[in-house]
Design a protein around this ligand. Structure first.
Ligand code: ADP
Ligand code: MG
Length: 603
């Protein structure tokens, strides 16, 4: 292939323009992105080599090298991973491959300052190199291809790129950044090491840099650091989840989360455990603070990465958690699964079943901890035990300690509400999906009620407030809170001061059909059948109703006849106080809400 010039995809050109023209404080993230690509490339090689060990050629130790040349003003990141063929370089470096990048593009506002900040938080993969470089050259050879089928890709980031064939002995990729005038700081070993340990310490491969030595200048000219030719690792080079909890800082957990989730906000909580027994695995599970845009799509894949004995196997391994926990991000590293396990095999594996059950329990207990903290904050006397994801603050004077504790407590208190606002609807799907954990899920639910507009009432709270003689947990479903609150069906409950849960979430109707009772108390829709208030209805009311039914019999008969095709029955009721009439459905009938939903869906 001779030298060829290609144009970028339209979005890429737009993105490049934005990246190169926005100055912002967070320049250094380019290094995180390029090192994470290098690490991905090594993971891919390891995976392909499972079937074809020859791909390792004569270099079985995977690594990343970071080097700089002050005179040439270049910084290079070199890996000996899978490499790129010529076509792959054209396809992958000239298009927006990553879904996160596409999502990022859709969020751009056009306001340069705001957008620049967004890039800083988001990371835009390979293109982030153009933050510090005015020219990027990528030299690569794919593992398994002959040396004369290497590729050189280069671009100044202004709209097109060039591709030519080169000879490259070594497998893998070098990304060579020709640094801009204002990016001098990255021609400094100390600075690079600092950035690498901040963002890339959790990378499981060694990231090597050349050792430097101080060399005195000649003729009093002042000395400088010079490379010694000896390479040394600058990261810990052990995958974060393989380390002991005590050796990982809170900040490292957060950075690791950001790197695997493409999220820029810190997670709400995490849990890191080594599980032993008949199935052995390590789990590192995170609860994000914000729902991704496509969460509602039931096809949204799970957020867990699967490793087997530290070898990366797959992203989005949906078999590892039930669908209603698809918002959870993290890593499972199994000691038992075969390395060549496929998605299909995962579905049938007994080890996977154990991992799935164990991880489900772990997520539910993380949520229970968050919920407990919210309660503890409401009643500050109660001590809640420190949970995963919380590192105690030490070395503070007592007063400061108390302040820090109070701040932490109030932050923690808001976390469950935050979680619930983002993911509560998805969690409810669990009532129908995970029968074994239904009770635990039910305890985690929160609703608005006739005593609270905010969705903060748990079923246990409700039970604790039930009237003497009340035999059911009453609820109503409606499209909006206002509609629910003003429903005529609530009149008698209001009159008697009985709390009713107000359910306005689209999934409530469906989800609640799986929850017939809570802690021994039945749940009853106030819009279904004849409401029997049981012992709460006094004798005189009952008698009055019966008499009324008798007295109005002729009227009822007439109404029934004229509404023959529209209503199944017409009754005298005690449920209304002010309104003259209301519609209800049969005890086991489809509710009006569900009927409307189905109608909307065209059924
Ligand atoms: P992402 O890493 O999310 O896929 P990037 O923009 O960071 O998105 O990278 C785009 C693509 O370029 C990668 O998916 C990969 O195919 C290719 N690529 C980037 N860097 C390397 C590398 N060091 N080795 C091999 N392929 C690479
Ligand atoms: Mg990337």
């Amino acid at each position: 292939m001779s030298k060829n010039t290609h144009s970028f995809q339209a979005e890429v050109a737009q993105l490049l323009h934005l990246v190169t023209h926005s100055l912002y404080s967070n320049k250094e993230i380019f290094l995180r992105e390029l090192i994470s690509n290098a690490s991905d490339a090594c993971d891919k090689l390891r995976f392909e080599a499972l079937d074809n060990a020859a791909l390792y050629e004569d270099a079985p130790n995977l690594e990343v090298r970071v080097a700089f040349d002050k005179k040439a003003r270049t910084l290079s990141i070199t890996d000996n991973g899978i490499g790129l063929s010529q076509q792959e370089a054209i396809d992958h470096l000239g298009t927006i491959a990553k879904s996160g990048t596409r999502e990022f593009m859709s969020r751009l506002s056009g306001d340069q300052k705001a957008d620049a900040q967004l890039i800083g938080q988001f990371g835009v993969g390979f293109y982030s190199g153009f933050i510090v470089a005015d020219r990027i050259v990528v030299e690569s050879r794919r593992a398994g291809l002959p040396a004369d089928q290497g590729v050189r890709w280069s671009s100044t980031g202004t709209g097109d790129f060039e591709v030519e064939t080169i000879t490259r002995d070594k497998r893998g990729t070098s990304v060579i950044l020709h640094l801009r005038e204002d990016a001098d700081e990255f021609l400094n070993g100390w600075k690079l090491k600092q950035v690498i340990s901040k963002y890339s310490d959790h990378i499981s491969l060694p990231i090597l840099m050349e050792k430097e030595e101080w060399k005195e200048g000649e003729d009093d000219k002042g000395g400088e650091m010079v490379a010694t030719g000896e390479w040394e690792p600058v990261n810990k080079a052990s995958a974060l989840w393989t380390r002991a909890k005590k050796d990982v800082t809170e900040e490292q957990y957060v950075e690791f989360y950001k790197s695997i989730s493409h999220d820029y906000e810190a997670p709400l909580a995490w849990s890191h455990n080594r599980v032993e027994g008949s199935t052995e695995y390590t789990q590192l599970l995170y609860i994000p603070a914000k729902a991704p845009m496509d969460l509602w799509n039931r096809d949204h894949k799970g957020g867990l990465k699967l490793y087997v004995k530290r070898v990366f196997i797959m992203d989005e391994a949906e078999a590892l958690l039930p669908s209603y926990l698809r918002f959870v991000k993290g890593v499972i590293d199994s000691a038992d699964l075969p390395l060549n396990v496929s998605r299909e095999l995962l579905q049938e594996s007994r080890d996977v079943k154990a991992i799935r059950e164990g991880s489900t329990k772990r997520v539910l207990s993380m949520l229970e901890d968050l919920a407990k903290k919210a309660v503890a904050a409401a009643a500050p006397a109660a001590e809640s035990p420190a949970a995963d994801g919380v590192t105690d603050v030490v070395d503070k004077k007592e007063g400061e300690q108390a302040d820090a504790d109070a701040a932490k407590a109030s932050e923690d208190a808001g976390k469950y509400a935050k979680f619930y606002a983002e993911f509560g609807s998805v969690l409810k799907e669990g009532l129908g999906e995970d029968f074994a954990n239904r009770d635990r899920i039910a305890k985690l639910l929160r609703f608005a009620s006739t005593t609270s507009d905010a969705a903060t009432v748990s079923l246990a709270d409700y039970k604790a407030r039930m009237k003497d003689g009340q035999e059911a947990i009453y609820y109503i479903t409606a499209d909006t809170l206002a509609a629910a609150k003003n429903s005529p069906q609530l009149e008698v409950f209001k009159k008697k001061g009985i709390e009713v849960l107000l359910m306005t979430d689209r999934v409530d109707e469906w989800a609640l059909s799986y929850l017939t009772e809570f802690d021994g108390t039945p749940l009853q829709s106030v819009a279904k059948g004849a409401v029997d208030l049981g012992k709460l209805q006094d004798e005189t009311e009952k008698k009055a109703a019966e008499e009324a039914a008798e007295a109005f019999k002729p009227v009822l008969e007439k109404l029934k006849a004229s509404l023959k095709d529209k209503a199944e029955d017409v009754r005298v009721t005690t449920r209304l106080v002010d309104s003259p009439a209301c519609l209800v459905v049969q005890e086991h009938g489809m509710s009006t809400q569900l009927a409307r939903m189905l109608k909307q869906a065209g059924q």
